[in-house]
Design a protein around this ligand. Structure first.
Ligand SMILES: [Zn+2]
Length: 301
């Protein structure tokens, strides 16, 4: 009888552990979102916010990456800057926001930014081997996104976790540093920002002072530990972005929060230079070195 009691205690404990949310979920909703204009959408996996006229952030809050894709409208076409995790259908969300033809441009081709590329037939890709390799699809990085502790909410109904992968996609236009994409009444300039990955870019909307920074900058731990990361290139790219600061009104990063002050850019440059000079003490986070500077940090090998 006593043994039965202990066994049932263990079972109850295990169930309550499983039901407990991971620690990071307690940060949600992030306070910055209270000030943003929420746009209703049918798919509960995504949240949509209007950041500026014709600029929507499409946020996936329930997975640890908290990835943000952007829909940017012109008068005759729309650009989707990243397609998210590929866990639910971003194309349906986009179709609810615009009837314009949509071209996909990726901030870089990590799995959490290209997950729904396969649904689109007009895709710009940087002219790098890294991009071409990732366009073939992959499974390991996608599967890692579903590991214990990565989710704050159950996955969408009908989602097949075991089969989850980054599906291959077809690049229809090759993209280079300095290219300009005309959406009609809005021009976006491509700025190559290699570092986080070889194919990382930022998009500059010069007229409106908007800079879409991709993963080169966001408020949170910036990942600089993967084998494809090049720190020298990262510093040079951030210096190039920081030089734009006087002409910018807003940064729109690809994770966590879709708005940040341009004044962060020069701070990031000086922070990464201090780290590289060995002037900053790291804390060890998941076996990686994290260098913390207030509301952003660098996660390095
Ligand atoms: Zn990335």
């Amino acid at each position: 009888m006593k043994r039965l009691f202990i066994v049932s205690l263990i079972i109850v404990f295990a169930i309550s552990l499983a039901a407990q949310q991971p620690e990071w979920c307690k940060k949600l909703p992030r306070p910055a979102y209270a000030k943003l204009e929420r746009v209703p959408n049918a798919d509960g996996w995504f949240q949509v916010y209007r950041i500026r006229p014709g600029v929507f952030a499409i946020y996936e809050p329930w997975q640890l990456e908290e990835v943000i894709s952007y829909l940017i409208l012109g008068s005759n076409r729309a650009l989707l800057f990243d397609t998210g995790m590929g866990i639910s259908n971003i194309q349906a969300v986009v179709a609810g926001l615009t009837r314009l033809p949509v071209s996909v441009v990726n901030s870089h081709t990590h799995n959490d930014h290209v997950g729904d590329n396969w649904r689109f037939n007009d895709i710009y890709g940087m002219d790098t081997d890294f991009t071409r390799t990732n366009a073939r699809g992959s499974k390991d990085d996608a599967q890692a996104e579903l590991a214990p502790g990565q989710l704050c909410r159950s996955l969408p109904e009908g989602f097949d976790a075991k089969a989850y992968s980054t599906k291959p996609f077809h690049i229809t236009h090759s993209l280079h540093d300095g290219d300009k994409i005309d959406l009609g009444g809005r021009r976006l300039k491509v700025i190559a920002t290699p570092g986080h990955t070889p194919d990382a870019i930022a998009l500059l909307d010069e007229k409106n002072g908007l800079l879409f920074t991709g993963d080169s900058f966001y408020l949170g731990p910036i990942y600089l530990y993967r084998p494809e990361t090049d720190l020298d290139a990262y510093v040079a790219s951030m210096q190039e972005l920081a030089a734009l600061t006087p002409h910018l009104q807003l940064l729109l990063p690809s994770h966590n929060v879709p708005v940040a002050e341009p004044a962060y850019l020069p701070k990031v440059v000086s922070a990464i230079q201090q780290v590289r000079r060995g002037q900053v003490k790291a804390i060890i986070t998941d076996g990686k070195h994290e260098y913390v500077f207030g509301d952003f940090s660098f996660l390095m090998r």
